[in-house]
Design a protein around this ligand. Structure first.
Ligand code: DLL
Length: 431
């Protein structure tokens, strides 16, 4: 479907590399001159701006980590005087110091272009009504999609999160055609619309869902519940927010806006750059941003990059659906457990992806419980059947994880829904 910036989105590989090279060389000079931690990191590695002659030299540059940003909070990585900045946004983290990102007007323009590309790729035009219920405020979801929606020319509903009843009223009364929110909230809106008998009144054709991990099965459930085509969108505050990459109609991964954000995959333990189609940690370098231009930022997100031709005609490198984070791994009784493994078992056995993992430590031993919501149909089953289901789930989890959780089936809609990112893990062991 529609391109927002066709020339860039379909640019040949050589031309794109030349553009990235030119931009990186300039960016390295900018950060070396204006960002003290980068100058120090480069000096420590014995690298000078002149050593970076093109994008192929990016491996010579140091990485940046979330800890670097925390240590330098709030202004350490700022590359321009505050008088040139017009906005801050911040990460959604609840522990420790937040990361604060700064934007010039140009940086906001770059960010909103990414979101506009995402909306156009989902079929958005100036004929559409775009309902944005990502949170507005410090979180980048609302402001980013709002700006992208304006750029495409959609009639924009800046709903923000919360008040599901009002969301559904606006969505139906104003005939919203594009929905932007987290996938877990989209699933909840689908359930609520069904409960209120509003499903037939929905005019949605596309949903742009991101900010948290979701599965193919969840995509299919949401598409069915809301009668739309669901597109993945990725981003992080440190790089700009949503729109770093976005999905096209092929739905096989997200095209990276690599004219602004150069992607790499590295081996998280050695830092070595990995070839295309190899799983590892995603790293981004901002090659056009002015105020907060992070280089080789380690996202901790795990995926792979591909340049296989895409049927949409875009040549932008694609990143596959996120496969987890280097830091969301739980270690329970010595065994590595990823929430995505639990989700795979659930959806494989026909459960909605509404679950809660509760980990605790009692008498020096880890306790591990997975609470799983039943569908309405399952809930009306006899107790015997419910017990059988629990046993089946337990067997599925044991074979996937290698350890057995306590599986508790709970009534439909009893696990608290989040209007933003879903909370899937409560680890009481951390003090
Ligand atoms: O979540 C920005 C965003 C807003 C993206 C709206 C998409 C839509 P942060 O709060 O800084 O920013 O969180 C960034 O969220 O490193 C990923 O771990 C996760 N994440 C973002 N998009 C996806 C996605 C926003 N499509 C962190 N799939 C990232 C899986 C995602 N995880």
């Amino acid at each position: 479907m529609g391109y927002y910036q066709e020339q860039i989105e379909t640019m040949g590989r050589d031309e794109m590399s030349a553009l990235q090279s030119e931009r990186l060389v300039k960016q390295v000079q900018h950060v070396y001159k204006n960002v003290a931690p980068y100058r120090k990191k480069m000096e420590d590695l014995g690298v000078e701006p002149g050593d970076i002659k093109g994008i192929e030299d990016i491996e010579k540059l140091p990485f940046t980590t979330k800890d670097d940003l925390k240590d330098a909070y709030p202004y350490g990585f700022l590359a321009l005087p505050l008088k040139d900045c017009v906005r801050i946004q911040s990460t959604s983290g609840t522990t420790g110091k937040r990361v604060v990102a700064f934007y010039t007007l140009h940086d906001i323009d770059v960010w909103e272009d990414g979101c506009a590309r995402a909306i156009a790729a989902a079929g958005g035009t100036n004929e559409d009504v775009c309902h944005v219920c990502y949170g507005y405020g410090l979180f980048t979801g609302g402001p980013g999609l709002n700006g992208g929606s304006h750029k495409v020319g959609c009639l924009t509903l800046p709903m923000s999160s919360g008040n599901t009843e009002r969301q559904l009223t606006f969505m139906t009364d104003l005939e919203a055609t594009i929905l932007c929110c987290t996938p877990s909230y989209a699933a909840f809106l689908g359930e609520s619309a069904h409960k209120e008998g509003l499903t037939d009144k929905l005019k949605l054709k596309a949903g742009i869902f991101g900010a948290e991990a979701w599965s193919e099965e969840m995509r299919r459930d949401i598409e069915k519940a809301l009668g739309l085509k669901a597109y993945d969108i990725y981003g992080l505050t440190e790089i700009c927010g949503p729109g770093v990459s976005f999905e096209c109609e092929e739905q096989t991964g997200m095209h990276v806006c690599e004219d602004h954000f150069f992607p790499e995959i590295i081996d998280p333990s050695t830092g070595a750059q990995q070839p295309l189609n190899t799983k590892g940690e995603l790293v981004f370098s901002c090659i056009t941003k002015e105020a907060f231009p992070l280089l080789r930022y380690r996202t901790r997100d795990i995926t792979m990059l591909t340049q296989d031709p895409c049927s949409c005609g875009r040549t932008l490198t694609k990143m596959r659906r996120l496969m987890g984070r280097t830091d969301d791994m739980l270690i329970i009784r010595g065994v590595n457990v990823f929430p995505s493994q639990i989700e795979a078992v659930l959806v494989g056995q026909g459960y909605p992806a509404n679950y809660l993992i509760v980990v605790d430590r009692v008498n020096h031993t880890d306790t591990f419980e997975v609470q799983v919501e039943m569908t309405d149909e399952m809930f009306s089953d006899e107790v015997k059947l419910i017990e059988k289901r629990e046993a089946e789930l337990l067997a599925g989890m044991k074979s996937m994880l290698g350890i057995s959780p306590k599986v508790s089936l709970v009534a439909p809609r009893t696990i608290t829904r989040s209007e933003g990112k879903a909370v899937r893990v409560i680890d009481k062991r951390k003090i």
